[in-house]
Structures are given as C-alpha cells and as structure tokens.
Design a protein around this ligand. Sequence first.
Ligand code: ADP
Ligand code: MG
Length: 254
Amino acid sequence: MRHNANGDGLEVLLRALKLPSFVACHAGVAEQAESQGWNFKQYLSHLAEQELEERKQRKIYRLTRLSKLPREKILATFDMSRMSDKVRRRVSSLCEGDFIGRAENILAFGLPGRGKTHLICAIGHELISRGYNILFTPAYSLVQKLLIAKRDLCLDKELRRLDRFDAVILDDIGYIQQEREEMEVLFTFLGERYERRSVMITSNLVFSQWDKIFKDPMTTAAAIDRVVHHATILELNGSSYRNDVASKLIKVNS
Ligand code: ADP
Ligand code: MG
C-alpha cells in the first residue's frame, strides 16, 4: 500500500488500527513536537503513551460501571485514622490485589456504622484501578438472582457469569432471608468460588452467629471453612461513624 500523506487517509488507517487517541492527538502532538524540537521517536513515544493511558482510563471507567460499586465510597473519603493499626496495615497491602491472584477472601466484621461497606468498596475501587474485575452486590440481592436462575434452570450459567469477576463483594451477608433455599444457593456460590476466585464479605454477624444464615451446624461449619480457609479478616471496632457525626452536629447546634 502506498503511504498517503493526506491527513484523512492517515486517520482512516489509525482508526482501522483502533488507535483513537492517535486520531485525536496526532496533529496537536505534531505541533508540540515541532515547537519543542522532538525527533520522530520522541513524537511516536508520546503518542503511544497517550494511547495507553487513555486505554487504561477507559478500562477503569468500564470496570467501575460494571462493578456497581457506589461511586463515593473510595479511600479518599474514608477516614483511616478511625481504624486500628492492624486494619490500616492490612488495607494497604490488600489494595495491591495480590490476594486475588491467590483466590483469597476478605471478611470485614463489625457492628453497624463502623465503615465495613465503605472500606470494602474503597478496596474494590483500588483493585479496579489496578485492572481487576470486581462486582459489588448486596448479599440478599445476589441470593435472589441465584434463586431466580435456579428456578429457570440456569444456575450454572449465572455462576459462570459471576466467574468473570476476580472478586465478588457480598455486602451484609447477615441480612439474607432465613429460608433453606436461599441458604443453599449462597452455599453453592461460595463452594463454587472456593480456592478459585475471591469473595469479599461484610457482616454484622461474627462466625459464632453464622448459624442464623446457614441454619444447620454442618452447613454453617462448611461455609465458614470455605470462606475462612484463605482469608484476611478485618475487624472494625470502635464507635459508629454515623453516631459520631450525629453527636457532633448536636453539639454544634446546641
Ligand atoms: P457499615 O457497613 O459498617 O454498617 P458503612 O460503611 O455503611 O458502615 O458506614 C456508615 C456511614 O458512615 C457511611 O455513610 C460511610 O461512608 C460513613 N463512614 C463510616 N466509617 C467511615 C470512615 N472511617 N470515614 C469516613 N466515612 C465513614
Ligand atoms: Mg454496611
């Protein structure tokens, strides 16, 4: 093929190569290169870096949308000074995502309002920024979805769809309807992911209370076993963030 010096022809080529950032920036960067005396290699590197960066940003945007993570629950809005040293240390290494490669789990325990959901979501966002595929779901709604899939004889398909996610966040595992069917699909889901894919769970219920979720002692023990076998446990103690904010407001207003 003859090289076409004409800009339109070049853009067709760049589009065919799926290089949208080259298309958008090549002319502007060419001007910049000229004014700063860049050589061809510098010019090309600059464009390639820009293309890669844009690609990364698009991927993060896509993963964030897919994840259903609440947008505002990020590390920047989380007051880490309320956490114990142990939790603080763990969180920074969890955000690197190595536990995902090892198909390990995270469990965040604590009474309501301690920041379990916020912290787990913040870790989720950090993982996405490193390219991991994360799904956030209230535990009860995942269970409802699995029940519908089971009724429609496509539980396997639904589990395979969930398999695409490097980690599934199950928020509030204690708030699941106390029916046998619900417990069964949840148990199937946890068993399916065991040692293959990560789960990140938040719960107000400590393990000794998990029989409220899984009913009979055998299933409870088996579920705990699967979840805990390779897991980091984050205990969020301290006072309720909501109550502290409320009492500060009361003080200000009185
Ligand atoms: P839990 O899941 O433990 O019940 P949440 O994560 O829902 O608690 O926290 C309750 C509210 O308080 C949320 O609006 C959350 O953003 C906020 N919150 C909790 N802990 C912190 C914190 N350490 N820094 C900033 N906001 C927090
Ligand atoms: Mg919560």
